[in-house]
Ligand binder design. Sequence first.
Ligand code: AMP
Length: 198
Amino acid sequence: MRLLMIGAPGAGKGTQAVRVAEHFGVTHISSGDLLRDHVRRETNIGRNAKEYIERGDLVPDGVVLDMLRKPVVAANEAGGYVLDGFPRTVAQAEVAYGTARDLGVSVQVACYLDVDRDTLISRMLARARGVEDTREVIERRLDVYNEQTVPLIEYYRERERLVTVGGDSPIEQVTWSLLVQIDLARKAIDKRSAAGTL
Ligand code: AMP
């Protein structure tokens, strides 16, 4: 099972990605967590990423792609993955697709968690984790999300890979809706692939 999670900062995509990964017994890969870990350990990747994260901007594609190649391939060998926070742009999705298709590790279903902006801002202010979560940086992250990540939703919809779930409900209910939708999407994809239309 190979999935990815799209959602604004504060939409709960991390929480849901963990729960969905547990359900399917696959690896949860969070690009944000990996980047923060590199920053903490002061690796080369961390040094390159730090200022972008602190501003609320996206880290350059090359840095993120290099960082993710190994964990994605390893997770695939171990049964699959739920990618959380990657891809973040259509450009990342296209580069990743080219590489992943050749390796047989491309995404099967993209899950979009839909939450309105006011809820997002209050959730993020409530859980503030540090320099990334001042009001200014939160607003910047939401603008970056709207400009750069929202087009991804259409990208996966056009490819008939998208499931959309409202993220305002209680955590368990959101997970349940996601699992139902993922199951339906998988069946539809299997059908298309059996019919040779995929
Ligand atoms: P997240 O925890 O997913 O919200 O990510 C935290 C921060 O890490 C983001 O605001 C970006 O600066 C950076 N980041 C995470 N994933 C990516 C990605 N796929 N591409 C570029 N930057 C990323």
